[in-house]
Design a protein around this ligand. Structure first.
Ligand code: 5GP
Length: 113
């Protein structure tokens, strides 16, 4: 299914890209919820975390590793950050292309809303 994120992968719509390789794209969220708000997505259009299978294990690990690397590159690893994968309706997912939110730059409340 076509989503706004698959159109970003195809470069049909612009995004502020911070990292790209053959499998992963990372770009700034259009409406940031923290001073740093990056989205990391697989280029492969997996709709939700629930739809990922065993064949996606390396890809999912790669998303987490790359998120940690971006946090280090942006200088926020030591002060801390949060990774979020909103999943389906109660999880607050709005774009049905699996993505990891990297949030940083301020203290993040817990529990989330
Ligand atoms: P979700 O609510 O599905 O976990 O997260 C979707 C995120 O995508 C939201 O934080 C939203 O601001 C972001 N978003 C939606 N449309 C666009 C867009 O066209 N470009 C970018 N860069 N981010 C988007």
């Amino acid at each position: 299914m076509e989503t706004i994120f698959s159109r970003i992968v195809k470069k049909e719509i612009p995004a502020k890209i911070v990292y790209e390789d053959e499998e992963i794209l990372a770009f700034h969220d259009i409406t940031p919820k923290a001073p740093i708000h990056i989205l990391l997505i697989p280029k492969k259009p997996i709709p939700t975390l629930d739809a990922a299978g065993p064949e996606d294990t390396l890809l999912l690990g790669g998303l987490l590793q790359q998120a940690a690397q971006i946090a280090r590159d942006l200088g926020v690893a030591e002060e801390g950050y949060r990774l979020v994968i909103n999943t389906n309706e109660n999880g607050g997912q709005t774009v049905y292309h699996l993505h990891v939110h990297l949030l940083a730059g301020r203290p993040l409340g817990w529990p989330p809303g």
